[in-house]
Design a protein around this ligand. Sequence first.
Ligand SMILES: Nc1ncnc2c1ncn2[C@@H]1O[C@H](COP(=O)(O)OP(=O)(O)OP(=O)(O)O)[C@@H](O)[C@H]1O
Ligand SMILES: [Mg+2]
Length: 232
Amino acid sequence: MLELRDMRASYGKVEVLQDVSLDVREGEIVGLLGRNGVGKTTTLKAILGLVRKSGGGVRFDGRDIAAMAPHKIPGCGIGYVPQGRGIFPNLSVEENLFIGLHGAPDAEIADYIFERFPRLAERRGQNGGTLSGGEQQQLAIARCLAMRPKLILLDEPTEGIMPILVQEIRKEILEINATGVSILLVEQNLSTAFKICKRVYLMEKGVVVRESTTDELKRQPQLVHRYLGMAA
Ligand SMILES: Nc1ncnc2c1ncn2[C@@H]1O[C@H](COP(=O)(O)OP(=O)(O)OP(=O)(O)O)[C@@H](O)[C@H]1O
Ligand SMILES: [Mg+2]
């Protein structure tokens, strides 16, 4: 459903992505893994049109979206949960949740979200900035769901979150996927990636260098060490 071919992107004169090719198929959770600064976040932003692409193709549901205006991308069914969450601290949970919608949410989507995230339901009038890191992450995921995406680009959802909530967030990601939403997951937390992705891409400076099933990667600790700099 998402196809990136030889995608390139730069910040000013500095080319940060040189050759990014990957696919997310309908119903999959696919991981994009790599060390700090290799261009994972930039890859997501390039898909969304938030950084300038200098070449290559981006197709979604068979449609060329490489040159599409960024504000039209959510309407195609691509949702984004940014690294660092992007919660508005002085807006309430409820205001944060539905900020991307035109007007009030329909009851169906509001009920669905509050059922799926009871912590947010309990805190719906509270300011976003007063939530814990894990709750803010849940809010960022829920806000994305309110737009009814077919594919979610999820950037390091378990970064800096306490272990008990990491488990909860992993479970939620799997449940969201089970409703038919595909996910491209950027992760540095290897155990999260191993638990929820069946397939992963490994990235080195600006380039996707390998594709592997998660099972295959688990059997090749030298690859994990080489590309991710950690023990499997
Ligand atoms: N707005 C920007 N202007 C200039 N350079 C940038 C900008 N944003 C990122 N970069 C550079 O682009 C490279 C890739 O950054 P990116 O944020 O995509 O990495 P990442 O793989 O997501 O890293 P991390 O795991 O730390 O989040 C880095 O060298 C970074 O310094
Ligand atoms: Mg990043």
